[in-house]
Design a protein around this ligand. Structure first.
Ligand code: FA5
Length: 337
């Protein structure tokens, strides 16, 4: 009988070790630990043994075998449950490393990048960003800027007229703004000095596209109005901007020039670290007539203004040979910046 018990126990333990799922463990529990199991059958046969000692010995052996089988079933149950969780976790795993590669995303266009950086630098110098409409009145674009109808300087700006007669105006008095300077007038009319604004924006001219001209391009205007503002403030501001925007090794200079809305007027140039000069834009002291048109008393206030082309500046900064490249959809160009 003892050898039957040992054989039954070993067979059960070997079988249990193979159970690889919760269902298999449950089936083996019924088969080996249940009342109808093999060892339970042997237990029933104890009564047929002759001696008390033999009964005791066989009973103890059956109990020990049952205990070993129970322990083995319990171990298997735990292991199979852990396996099931591991398999489920593995199946539901999300591979986050797939997001670690460099995603191919778009980025802001070179002109937008330059525009935003210009705003950052000027805001850092104490300027506020102002805006004006792209479709402008002749008055804001020319007349208030000291260019009455018939003024020869109007010819400098090949103007695109809008086929629209405003309720209070005449035909031919609505234009696509040829520069950002009308924002000077709008700001002066809107707020009291002191004024310190920049106005980046899109402007339009009847220019034929070539390496340095586009019919639609971008300018940034600057206007400062306060008491006792002089040409030295203009020069200092341009130089502070040049160093903040381009870097420490860059310098700036003013050269005498002419604009109807500034007096005196100056072109301003910036000098690369290699010593070469680049022409950037126009500037000057705001003309008294312009202050008056903006409702500002020239006896009390003075100011300076400047304006330059954002696209022109960006192509010079990055050594782009042709401004038209900036507006092509050639990704080989666009992706370089
Ligand atoms: C003006 O437009 C003046 N309003 C600038 C100004 C403002 C002077 C305040 C004084 C006080 P100008 O026409 O030179 O000036 O244009 C300024 C800049 O715009 C030029 O230096 C150039 O950088 C850019 N620009 C002019 N025409 C074009 C064009 N067709 N395409 C691209 N950039 C242009």
């Amino acid at each position: 009988m003892i050898s039957d018990i040992t054989t039954a126990r070993d067979a059960a333990l070997a079988d249990i070790a193979q159970a690889d799922s919760p269902d298999a463990v449950a089936a083996m529990t019924t088969r080996y630990a249940g009342k109808k199991g093999e060892l339970a059958g042997l237990k029933k046969q104890l009564g047929s043994l002759e001696s008390i000692d033999a009964k005791k010995e066989a009973g103890a052996a059956i109990n020990a075998a049952m205990a070993a089988i129970d322990a083995a079933l319990e171990r298997r149950r735990t292991a199979v449950a852990a396996d099931a969780i591991r398999i489920q976790v593995e199946a539901e795993r999300i591979d986050l490393t797939e997001y670690l590669g460099k995603p191919k995303r778009g980025h802001a266009h070179l002109v937008t990048q330059a525009w935003e950086r210009l705003e950052d630098v000027f805001v850092g110098l104490g300027f506020r960003v102002a805006e004006g409409p792209e479709v402008e009145t002749d008055w804001h674009n020319f007349e208030a800027l000291n260019m009455p109808i018939g003024h020869p300087a109007r010819g400098e700006w090949d103007t695109l007229f809008v086929d629209h007669v405003p309720p209070e105006g005449e035909a031919g008095t609505t234009v696509l703004r040829t520069h950002t300077s009308p924002v000077q007038i709008r700001t002066m009319l809107d707020e009291e000095p002191p004024i310190r604004i920049i106005a980046p924006g899109r402007v339009f001219r009847r220019d034929t596209p070539d390496a340095t001209h586009m019919p639609v391009f971008h300018q940034i205007e600057g206007l400062v109005i306060d008491r006792d503002i002089s040409m030295a403030d203009l020069a200092g501001t341009i130089d502070a901007f040049t160093k903040a925007f381009f870097g420490k090794g860059w310098n700036s200079r003013l050269r005498p020039s002419y604009f109807p809305f500034t007096e005196p007027s100056a072109e301003f140039d910036i000098q690369r670290p290699d010593g070469s000069w680049i022409e950037l834009g126009g500037s000057g002291m705001v003309h008294p007539n312009v202050l008056r048109a903006g409702g500002v008393d020239p006896e009390e206030w003075s100011g300076f203004a400047f304006g330059f082309g954002i696209d022109r500046m960006a192509i010079m900064r990055h050594g782009v040979a042709d401004i038209r490249e900036m507006f092509s959809d050639d990704l080989r160009f666009v992706e370089q910046f």
